[in-house]
Write a protein that binds this ligand. Structure first.
Ligand SMILES: Cc1cc2nc3c(=O)[nH]c(=O)nc-3n(C[C@H](O)[C@H](O)[C@H](O)COP(=O)(O)OP(=O)(O)OC[C@H]3O[C@@H](n4cnc5c(N)ncnc54)[C@H](O)[C@@H]3O)c2cc1C
Length: 265
């Protein structure tokens, strides 16, 4: 796997020695993003994994050879498993994503405990980069209605301009404070307290199709969903990108998920 921006583990010496601080050579300028990125870095995931796991109960070790014999039967079996919520055959696969998104997205993301593994960049072992989230023009800004029954609407040009300006000012101010403390010798793990949840972070997230479906059922909106959900748009953006990757790897499973109301089996 190629090296990415994920925080490197500290050496034993660093971990056991005196607090290590960092003095930046020059102050870094903040940059602003409205997107999230999701890269599929590693995978072992195919529809045949589901079929193989399901058929072992009836065909034993012969099942691998059976998989390609009758595509219609394979499609029907995946649909049956999804419809009747036989979930475990959907667990014999693995996808690892490298995700860059604001910290507030990761806060929501890591509530998904089952069938997920996470490693996030460290704010203790490296200086955090000044990359911050500002909603793009397509992001609906205004919430109307009451909790449990609300919708988001566009927002005026003035509201968009205000949001961008106020966020950028606040981010710059916070990052200046962070850098000031680092320059004075304060430890990164202490100085980071002033940084906001709009700061970008990055993580590896590994899941299987079953845990991804559970995530997508809760964190995306979709016309085929039998149970509506109301995710925050930014985690939905991450979910949509993960779903694109997954749909390419496991098209039959993805189609069966949609056809059965996007409820994880
Ligand atoms: C629209 C939306 C709004 C939300 N708002 C809030 C909020 O305001 N505050 C907040 O704190 N959270 C909020 N959440 C997070 C939510 O409560 C869940 O923590 C999150 O969606 C993960 O779901 P999960 O527990 O089903 O997933 P996982 O943790 O991946 O669990 C998967 C499944 O395993 C089973 N399971 C896991 N752990 C246990 C357990 N301890 N006991 C029994 N069964 C278990 C359950 O069947 C569960 O559905 C929100 C989520 C959504 C989608």
């Amino acid at each position: 796997m190629a090296a990415r921006k994920l925080g490197a583990a500290p050496s034993e010496r660093t971990r056991e020695g005196p607090p290590v601080t960092e003095t930046p050579a020059e102050t870094e300028k903040a940059s602003f993003r409205s997107d999230v990125t999701v890269e599929l870095v590693k995978h072992s995931a195919a529809d045949s994994d589901v079929l193989w796991a399901a058929r072992v109960s009836t065909a034993g070790e012969q099942s691998l050879e059976e998989i390609t014999k009758d595509p219609e039967r394979s499609k029907g079996l995946i649909n049956f498993l999804m419809r009747d919520r036989h979930g475990s055959p959907f667990e014999h696969n693995s996808m690892t994503f490298f995700i860059s998104a604001p910290i507030f997205v990761f806060r929501e993301f890591m509530r998904h405990r089952v069938g997920w593994s996470y490693n996030e960049e460290s704010g203790r072992y490296r200086r955090l980069e000044p990359v911050f989230y500002v909603p793009g023009e397509a992001r609906k800004l205004v919430q109307q209605g009451r909790p449990g029954k609300y919708e988001f609407v566009e927002g005026t040009r003035a509201q968009h301009e205000l949001t961008g300006r106020v966020m950028e000012d606040a981010y710059r101010h916070a990052y200046d404070a962070y850098q000031e403390m680092l320059a004075a010798g304060v430890a990164r793990e202490v100085a980071r307290s002033v940084l906001p949840v709009g700061l970008f972070s990055s993580m590896y997230a590994t899941c299987n199709a079953r845990s991804l479906m559970h995530f997508l059922g809760l964190r995306t909106q979709h016309e085929q969903a039998a149970v509506p959900s109301f995710p925050q748009r930014e985690i939905e953006m991450v979910g949509e990108k993960m779903e694109e990757h997954w749909a390419r790897l496991m098209p039959l499973t993805h189609a069966a998920f949609n056809a059965n109301g996007r409820v994880a089996p």
